[in-house]
Design a protein around this ligand. Structure first.
Ligand SMILES: Cc1cc2nc3c(=O)[nH]c(=O)nc-3n(C[C@H](O)[C@H](O)[C@H](O)COP(=O)(O)OP(=O)(O)OC[C@H]3O[C@@H](n4cnc5c(N)ncnc54)[C@H](O)[C@@H]3O)c2cc1C
Length: 460
C-alpha cells in the first residue's frame, strides 16, 4: 500500500468521497502537463475551501506524503506533475471571481479562474488585466502566479508579478497566511507575496489572489511585417527600440514555425518565401496609437521588411493572433517531439541569441523552430526531434546544455516564463551560484520543513 493510499480515508473525511479520485482512469489526466512527461499520482483530492486545503496539508505533512498542487495543467516544465507519487491537490473547484473593485482597480479571485475569464470580466467594465500567456483560454490564474506567467503583452505591461498585490495561501504545514494587501504600496516586512510569485507550487498553496488592474486601453492597432530572414526581423526590433517605441507586443515567428502553421492548419500568414514575420501591437489613446504604429511601420520598412501591413478589422487582427497561438499546436502536430525552451536574453543581445540557434542547428544537426516575445528577448527555442531516435535525443540533450550555457553567457536566463519544474532542475547550477541555491533551499525549508510540497522540483 502506498503512502498516499494510507491517507485515503482521512482525506475522504476532509473533502467527501465525491472529491477523491482513486481509480487509474480518473487519476491519469493529473499525471501529465504540457511537457508531456510524468506518471499519475496515487490519489487526487479536490478541495472546496481554504479550510479543506489546510486540513489536507496538515495531514500530508504529518504523514510525510508528497503533495502537488495543480491548476490548469498547462505548465511546460512538469511543475504540476508528481515525481514521487503522492497526492495531487487539484484546485478545480476554486473558480469564483470574488470581486471586481472598479473604484480601487482591483480584482479578487480564486486560483482556478481561467485567465481569459478574468480578462473578459474586467474588460466588460472598462478595465484590463494585461498578462496574456498564449494558453490563456486554459491556464488558471493560480498557475499563472505560481509560474509568473508572461505573454506577448509583457513587453509593455510586465509579467504576472506586476499585478499581484496580495495572496491568501496555505503553508505545507497547514497554517493559512494572508500576504500583501489591497493597497498598491506596502513595505511592511519581507515581501512574501512576491516570494510566492514564481515559486512553482513549492512554498505554499495559493487559495486567493488580489490583482491590480489598469484601465482598458481605448484603441489598438496591429501590424504584420514580413521579413526575408530572421536577421531582418531582429533588426526591426532593434530599430524600434532605438526609436524609443514600446508597443504592447512584439512577436517574432521564424520560417520553421510559419511552415508548421501553414502545413498543419493551412494558415497563410506570409508567403512561403518569408524567412520570418513580426506581429506588433500598439495600444493606448487613439492618437498615440496612430503615431506609434506609424513609427513601427517606418522602423520595419527601414530595415527592409516588406510588405508591412496594418490589420484593418478586428477579424484581421484576430487572424494574426490566432496564427501566433497556433504555433505550438502546429509544431506538435508535425509528429516530431517538441522540446520547448523559453530562454531569455537582454533585448540588445537577441541577434547573438539567433546566432547561437544557427550554430546549434549546424553543430548538432537539429531542426529548430524559434518564435516568441522578441520585444523582451524571450524566445521559445523548440528542438524538433524524432522521439524514437536515441541518436537524435542525445544530440538534442547536448544542444540543450550548450543553449543554456550560451544564454547565461549572454547575460540572460534559462527560463523567462515556464519555470524549472523537474524538466530543467539539472541545469539550475548553470545560472545560479552554489550560495544562491543554498539560500533558496533554506527558504524552502522555512516554508516546508518536511519537504512534502512538490518534491523534486526546481532543485537538482
Ligand atoms: C499552448 C501553450 C502556450 C503557452 N504560452 C505561454 C505563454 O505565452 N507565457 C507563459 O508564461 N506560459 C505559457 N505557457 C505555459 C503555461 O500555460 C503557464 O506556465 C501557466 O502559467 C500555467 O498555468 P496552469 O494553471 O496551467 O498551471 P499548472 O500547469 O497546473 O501548474 C503550474 C505550476 O503552478 C503550481 N500551481 C498551480 N496552481 C497553484 C496554486 N493554486 N498554488 C500554488 N501553486 C500552484 C503547480 O504546482 C505547478 O508547479 C503555455 C502553455 C501552453 C500549453
Amino acid at each position: 500500500m502506498s503512502l498516499a493510499e494510507r491517507v485515503v480515508s482521512a482525506l475522504t473525511e476532509i473533502v467527501g468521497a465525491d472529491n477523491v479520485r482513486t481509480d487509474l482512469r480518473s487519476r491519469e489526466p493529473y499525471g501529465v502537463d504540457a511537457l508531456g512527461q510524468g506518471r499519475p499520482p496515487d490519489l487526487v483530492v479536490i478541495p472546496g475551501s481554504t479550510g479543506e486545503v489546510a486540513a489536507i496539508a496538515r495531514l500530508c505533512d504529518e504523514r510525510r506524503v508528497p503533495l502537488v498542487v495543480r491548476g490548469g495543467g498547462t505548465g511546460y516544465s512538469g511543475g504540476a506533475v508528481p515525481t514521487r507519487g503522492g497526492v495531487v491537490v487539484s484546485m478545480e473547484r476554486f473558480t469564483r471571481i470574488i470581486e471586481i473593485d472598479e473604484r480601487n482597480l482591483l480584482a479578487v479571485v480564486e486560483p482556478n479562474v481561467i485567465t481569459a475569464e478574468l480578462q473578459r470580466a474586467v474588460e466588460r467594465v472598462g478595465l484590463f488585466y494585461p498578462p496574456d500567456p498564449a494558453s490563456f483560454e486554459k491556464s488558471a490564474l493560480g498557475g499563472n502566479v505560481a509560474e509568473c506567467a508572461g505573454g506577448p503583452r509583457a513587453f509593455k505591461y510586465g509579467t504576472t508579478r506586476r499585478y499581484v498585490l496580495g495572496l491568501e495561501a496555505v503553508l505545507p504545514t497547514g497554517e493559512i497566511i494572508e500576504t500583501g494587501s489591497k493597497a498598491v504600496k506596502n513595505v511592511v516586512g519581507y515581501d512574501l507575496t512576491q516570494l510566492l510569485v514564481g515559486s512553482e507550487g513549492t512554498l505554499a498553496i495559493i487559495t486567493r489572489i488580489t490583482f491590480r488592474l489598469v484601465p482598458k486601453p481605448p484603441a489598438r492597432a496591429t501590424l504584420l511585417a514580413v521579413c526575408a530572414d530572421v536577421q531582418t526581423a531582429v533588426a526591426a526590433v532593434t530599430a524600434l527600440i532605438e526609436r524609443r517605441v514600446v508597443p504592447a507586443a512584439v512577436e517574432l515567428i521564424d520560417a520553421e514555425s510559419l511552415q508548421a502553421v501553414r502545413d498543419q492548419f493551412g494558415h497563410e500568414l506570409a508567403p512561403a518565401t518569408a524567412g520570418a514575420v513580426l506581429i506588433v501591437e500598439s495600444d493606448g489613446m487613439q492618437k498615440a496609437v496612430d503615431e506609434e504604429i506609424e513609427q513601427v511601420a517606418q522602423a520595419c520598412r527601414a530595415v527592409g521588411a516588406t510588405p508591412v501591413t496594418l490589420a484593418t478589422s478586428e477579424a484581421e487582427r484576430e487572424r494574426l493572433w490566432n496564427a501566433r497561438r497556433l504555433i505550438s499546436p502546429a509544431l506538435r502536430a508535425t509528429g516530431l517531439l517538441k522540446i520547448n525552451h523559453d530562454v531569455v536574453v537582454p533585448r540588445g543581445r537577441i541577434p547573438e541569441l539567433f546566432g547561437v540557434i544557427d550554430e546549434l542547428r549546424v553543430a548538432y544537426r537539429l531542426k529548430i523552430a524559434a518564435f516568441g516575445h522578441a520585444g523582451d528577448g524571450n524566445i521559445h527555442v523548440n528542438l524538433m526531434i524524432d522521439g524514437g531516435s536515441s541518436d537524435e535525443r542525445a544530440r538534442a540533450k547536448a544542444a540543450e546544455r550548450v543553449l543554456f550555457e550560451r544564454v547565461v553567457a549572454l547575460e540572460g536566463s534559462i527560463s523567462g516564463e515556464h519555470g524549472i519544474g523537474f524538466a530543467k532542475a539539472q541545469y539550475l547550477g548553470i545560472e545560479l551560484s552554489v550560495e544562491e541555491i543554498a539560500l533558496m533551499k533554506r527558504v524552502k525549508a522555512a516554508f516546508d520543513p518536511n519537504g512534502i510540497l512538490n518534491p523534486g522540483k526546481i532543485f537538482p
